[in-house]
Design a protein around this ligand. Structure first.
Ligand code: GLV
Ligand code: MN
Ligand code: MN
Length: 412
């Protein structure tokens, strides 16, 4: 049976990890940043050397294909892919695996002259991690981005998407051109590390994703009054940090006790203004995210958390401003793609488990336009979004062979 080259796959994963690589391990590679642009150029070179036809769309998505040089409804493409951007101080596999494995599968098919009936392509989607906007590249490709929104899109540190795109040589006005024609994608299959502990703990080799979580993010800005931290009597202070701190604890408790059994919540960004130890905080910004596979649960939790923030602000003589920043839609995966993956695992002799993804993925955007599915491999210790994220090399090889045969089955 046809199989991929684990040596070439490992070599490419190692090479890619050097762009934005950190001295103690792990990677910081924000989309459109200099390390990312170097990685993009390297990836395009690797794709061409592997015999693929390449192009980059208006949203910066990179494609390498066999049997096609663009997306068209006349010749729907079987697509795989993932992303090569990372979170700050992230790992070497989140995203990178799906892109490099996709490239490896296509190269294996080219070399074996095993080209299926349908064209095949691998994508590296822009800004999956959502520094400037959630699942940006796949959203532009599947749903389209409203050009009027572009000037508003910015990172939590204020860096604007339009500025970083221009710096990287892209024209933000051309982002809408990235939207694919209806019917241009025959199916989508993405290989990814699980990023959690379930497969490893169950001793299962391959996860077959049934549904992908929805994520809602909002900025909560508590406004109080900056004051001298030595001379202002304690009862007179309107300390914005105390409002934010109380919100953090109460919102967490609320999601844990009133959400579903898989609801999760996190506050990963906090800014205290003006940010000096001798000034009572006058303004504090939090970025609060919540996740659940059920959109109704997410909607209810979001409304309840907003009420909690307003109540706290009232009790503490503060004002709170709440700005929703992103909302991705939970997505079921295609039963046909799940069955194809399961059949391939049966043939290859790998154990499987159907599971839900608590991490967001580009596949959830693709699910709106085509039959989409995901293959998971175990993450060592369930670790991800941290520098020591890793997977067993044999698990990486297994997952890539499952991807190869799933693409061949679906493309046949
Ligand atoms: C993507 O990595 C996410 O935040 O789930
Ligand atoms: Mn990630
Ligand atoms: Mn990812």
């Amino acid at each position: 049976m046809l199989s991929i080259s684990a040596t070439r796959l490992t070599r490419r994963l190692t090479e890619l990890s050097r762009f934005g690589g950190l001295p103690g391990g792990g990677v910081t590679r924000h989309c459109w940043g200099s390390a990312y642009e170097e990685a993009r150029a390297w990836l395009l070179g690797e794709m061409r050397a592997a015999g693929l036809t390449t192009w980059v769309d208006g949203a910066g998505n990179v494609f390498g294909a066999i049997g096609a040089d663009r997306f068209s409804a006349e010749r729907p493409i079987v697509l795989t892919g993932s992303h090569i951007d990372t979170v700050p101080e992230g790992g070497t596999l989140d995203g990178a695996l799906g892109v490099i494995a996709g490239l490896e599968c296509l190269q294996t098919i080219v070399e074996a002259k095993a080209t299926p009936r349908r064209p095949l392509a691998v994508a590296a989607w822009s800004d999956e991690e959502g520094r400037y906007g959630s699942l940006f590249g796949s959203r532009a490709f599947c749903k389209g981005i409203d050009p009027a929104q572009m000037p508003e899109m910015a990172a939590v540190d204020g860096e604007k998407l339009v500025d970083v795109m221009r710096r990287a040589g892209f024209d933000p006005a051309r982002v809408p051109e990235a939207k694919a024609p209806a019917g241009a994608v025959a199916s989508y299959v993405e290989l990814h590390i699980e990023q959690g502990p379930r497969l490893e703990e169950a001793g299962v080799e391959i996860g077959i994703v049934q549904a992908i979580v929805g994520v809602r993010r909002s900025r909560f800005i508590f406004h109080g009054q900056a004051d001298h931290a030595g001379t202002t009597p304690m009862p007179r202070r309107r300390d914005a940090f105390l409002g934010a701190a109380e919100y953090a604890l109460r919102a967490r408790e609320h999601v844990v006790t009133r959400g579903s059994d898989v609801s999760v919540t996190n506050i990963g960004v906090v800014y205290v203004h003006p940010g000096a130890s001798n000034i009572v905080p006058g303004r504090v910004e939090l970025v609060h995210e919540m996740r659940d596979p059920d959109p109704a649960v997410l909607e209810r939790l979001w409304n309840e958390c907003r009420d909690i923030a307003e109540r706290i602000a009232g009790e503490r003589q503060l004002r709170v401003e709440i700005r929703p920043t992103s909302a991705t839609v939970p997505a079921p995966c295609s039963p046909n793609v799940q069955s194809a993956i399961e059949a391939v695992c049966g043939k290859l002799g790998f154990s499987t488990q159907r599971m839900y993804s608590a991490a967001g993925h580009d596949a959830q955007n693709l699910a709106a336009v085509t039959e989409a599915g995901m293959i998971f491999i175990p993450s060592v210790g369930g670790k991800s979004h941290r520098t020591d994220e890793t997977s067993d090399p044999r698990a990486i090889e297994r997952g890539t062979n499952v991807l190869l045969h799933t693409l061949l089955t679906i493309g046949a």
